[in-house]
Design a protein around this ligand. Structure first.
Ligand code: SF4
Ligand SMILES: [Zn+2]
Length: 137
C-alpha cells in the first residue's frame, strides 16, 4: 500500500490507481530519477482521480514525488502558469468598444486602449440617456 493508501484523508483516495501498488517508492522517488518517474506517470495516466490528486499535492505543497501524473517541478510550472493570467493582447479592434467586449468575453482584463474606449462608451450612453436624441431639454 502506498502513502495515499495510508493517508485515506480524502474520499477520492479510495479510487487512486496507485493505492495498492506494490512499489510505493515509485511515487516518491528521487527528484531526478526520470525512469522511475516515467513508470509512475504511466500508472497516473490510468488513474480516475488525477485532477483531485494534483490539486491536493499543490494545496499541501508536496515537494517530492509524482502526484497526478506530474513531478514536483512540473506541478510548480503548471501552478505558475495558472496563477499568472495571460496579459491582454492588443488586437486590431483594440481601442474600440468591440475590442473591450472581446476582452470581457475572454475573461481577461481590458488593455489600456480598450479601457479608454469602454469608459468613453459608458459616458456617451449615459449622456444619451440623460438627453435622448430628438428630445429638447
Ligand atoms: S494520479 Fe497518480 S499519484 Fe495520484 S492517485 Fe492517481 S495514480 Fe496515485
Ligand atoms: Zn484591447
Amino acid at each position: 500500500m502506498n502513502l495515499l493508501g495510508h493517508l485515506n484523508a480524502e474520499p477520492w483516495m479510495a479510487d487512486a490507481a496507485c493505492r495498492d501498488h506494490p512499489n510505493p517508492d515509485l511515487f516518491f522517488a528521487d527528484l531526478t530519477d526520470h525512469h522511475i518517474h516515467r513508470t509512475a506517470k504511466t500508472i497516473c495516466a490510468e488513474c480516475p482521480v488525477t485532477n483531485q490528486c494534483r490539486s491536493y499535492a499543490t494545496d499541501k505543497g508536496a515537494e517530492f514525488g509524482v502526484w497526478g501524473g506530474l513531478t514536483a517541478k512540473e506541478r510548480g510550472r503548471l501552478e505558475k502558469t495558472q496563477r499568472t493570467p495571460a496579459p491582454p493582447t492588443l488586437a486590431k479592434q483594440c481601442g474600440t468598444i468591440a475590442g473591450a467586449q472581446r476582452h470581457y468575453r475572454r475573461g481577461e482584463g481590458t488593455c489600456p486602449r480598450c479601457r479608454v474606449a469602454a469608459t468613453e462608451h459608458r459616458r456617451k450612453s449615459r449622456d444619451n440617456r440623460r438627453n435622448p436624441i430628438g428630445k429638447t431639454a
